[in-house]
Design a protein around this ligand. Structure first.
Ligand code: G6Q
Length: 545
């Protein structure tokens, strides 16, 4: 039975008709304990979901939906290594990478933990050797510039986490990322670094991705031109599942860090793909991040759904997406170091749940993954928040707030905190025309102006937001936050009956470009395109002559 035919779904649909007209501010006024009742806590994370358009009955029905969809069994299936990524016949075991309890996890009858632990030990040894200047460059200089070459899942995690943990970096280290095939990405970084002090980490699960291999070849040539061929073994390491291709590229297997098919690209930051993090921020901090993720895994696996943070997050997302018809969602961390977190989550969420075919091969008759966007506050208050406050539809928001900043300077952090708390409150309460008029009068506007302006200055309110208050964004908390969103995405995928772990859409992009490339660079002709594509190809060729 498809999810929208279940009893719980139908009950939610009829309950929606009642609740859509209920104001959150009235529910707050009626129940002084609303915030207390609708807040969950794990370690140093407080998840306040009281500013949502829900009451106790909504929650009851949403929790029933989770039960009816077999969420509990699916969670167990994932953790225990069942091949839930059925289109690729793979287990989904990013959780095994941070299985700090070291409980055996079996794939095809083999415990994967010894291999995982061996790679972690190899990472630790290597990261420490680089940091201590024991593994040095070809000319004997310490390697203090780390350049990760990768794209998508082999880039976004390291980019986001290294930035989030910038405060933990070794003082003499710098770290760059080359992902885009645009030559500018390579050129701008190669222009400012010193080959004698640079370590390139080529990160690619498949080791066949054209962007990464092209960038890696360019960087290899740059290094060989400067230091000669023998320097490669001291300046290049690879992270991949594909030993054969790594060796073909010219990196020997001693300098290769392995990961496995049961780790999806966008879930791979916990694997050796995190090597750049371990080098610049230290393996101890990388391990603390794994510890945090493990704590969230245990919470997710062991806590009843009514108190389970990722499950409640997922259900709220379903509530807005499928009953209110709101197909977008914003994540706004009020922490400059988390500036890339929304971009990271964008891939995690949209690549996992942007699917229109269900697990039975049928086209779904309800909407699945929403569009996720975001950016760091307060900056985004001065850009897209206009639409969030006064656009025609609401946009559910996640606000992430650290109580303590890594840089407590003067009043900066209090001002930042005041801003985010005010946003949540304003979105929830809104401002009536009457209130707007009173404000305008107080500001000395004429009666005529008040009449003219009060509607423009009013806010409908009743716009939902979640608040994640954390003590401080340290490596442990960061690990918890990432794992929390991973599990949210997973639960939504279960309810929507889709496979959250393949990415056929991304693969289409990889294929299509390969078809057009020979036409652009050589004389290949005769390939049939639509008239727009053909015209664009011939104009590009003319312009590049
Ligand atoms: C992630 C996707 C995708 C992938 C990149 C890079 O889940 O599969 O973003 O990470 O396409 O792939 P490689 O790591 O194989 O180069």
């Amino acid at each position: 039975m498809t999810v929208n035919k279940t009893r719980a779904w139908k009950k939610l649909a009829s309950h929606y008709k009642h609740i859509k007209n209920v104001e959150m501010k009235d529910m707050f006024d009626a129940d002084p304990k609303r915030a207390e009742k609708l807040t969950l806590n794990l370690d140093n994370i407080w998840f306040d979901y009281s500013k949502n358009r829900i009451n106790a009955h909504t929650l009851k029905l949403l929790l029933r939906l989770a039960e009816d969809c077999g969420v509990k069994d699916k969670i167990e299936a994932m953790f225990s290594g069942e091949k839930i990524n059925f289109t690729e016949n793979r287990a989904v075991l990013h959780t095994a990478l941070r299985n700090r309890g070291n409980i055996p996890v079996f794939v095809d009858g083999k415990n994967v933990m010894p291999e995982i632990n061996a790679v972690l030990a190899k990472m630790k040894k290597f990261a420490e050797a680089v940091r201590l200047g024991k593994f040095v460059g070809h000319t004997g200089k310490k390697l203090t510039t780390i350049v990760n070459i990768g794209i998508g899942g082999s880039d976004l995690g390291p980019v986001m986490v290294t930035e989030a943990l910038r405060k933990y970096w070794a003082k003499d280290m710098e770290c760059y990322f080359i992902s885009n095939i645009d030559g500018t990405a390579c050129a701008e970084i190669l222009n400012k670094i010193d080959p004698e002090k640079t370590l390139f980490i080529v990160s690619s699960k498949t080791f066949t991705t054209i962007e990464t291999l092209t960038n890696a070849k360019t960087c290899r040539k740059w290094l060989v031109d400067a230091l000669g061929e023998p320097a490669v073994s001291k300046h290049f390491v690879a992270i991949s599942t594909n030993k054969k291709e790594v060796e073909k590229f010219g990196i020997n297997s001693e300098n290769m860090f392995e990961f496995w098919d049961f780790v999806g690209g966008r879930y791979s930051v916990w694997s050796a793909i995190g090597l750049s993090i371990a080098i610049v921020a230290g393996m101890d901090n990388f391990e603390k991040m794994l510890d945090g993720a493990y704590a969230m895994d245990k919470h997710f696996r062991e806590t009843d759904f009514a108190h389970n943070i990722p499950v409640i997050m997922a259900l709220l997302g379903i509530w807005y997406n499928n009953f209110f018809g709101i197909k977008r969602y914003a994540v706004v961390p009020y922490d400059q170091y988390l500036q890339y977190f929304p971009a990271y989550l964008q891939q995690l969420d949209m690549e996992s749940n942007g699917k229109f075919v269900d697990v039975n091969g049928k086209v779904v008759s309800y909407s699945t993954g929403p569009v996720l966007f975001g950016g760091a506050g307060t900056n985004v208050q001065h850009s897209f928040f206009q639409l969030i406050h006064q656009g025609t539809d609401f946009v559910p928001c996640d606000f992430i707030i650290p109580a303590i900043s890594h840089n407590e300077i003067g009043e900066h952090h209090e001002i930042l905190l005041a801003n985010v708390l005010a946003q949540g409150e304003a979105l929830m309460r809104g401002k009536t025309e009457k209130e707007a008029a009173a404000e305008l009068l107080k500001a000395g506007k004429s009666k005529e102006d008040v009449k003219k302006l009060k509607r423009y200055k009013s806010f409908s309110g009743n716009r939902p937001s979640n608040t994640f208050l954390v003590k401080k964004v340290d490596p442990y908390t960061l690990g918890e936050l990432i794992a929390m969103y991973e599990h949210k995405v997973f639960v939504q995928g279960i309810i929507w009956h889709i496979n959250s772990y393949d990415q056929m859409g991304v693969e289409l992009g990889k294929q299509l470009a390969l078809n057009i490339l020979p036409e652009l660079s050589g004389n290949a002709t005769g390939i049939c395109h639509d008239s727009s594509t053909s015209q664009l190809i011939s104009t590009v060729k003319k312009l590049r002559k």
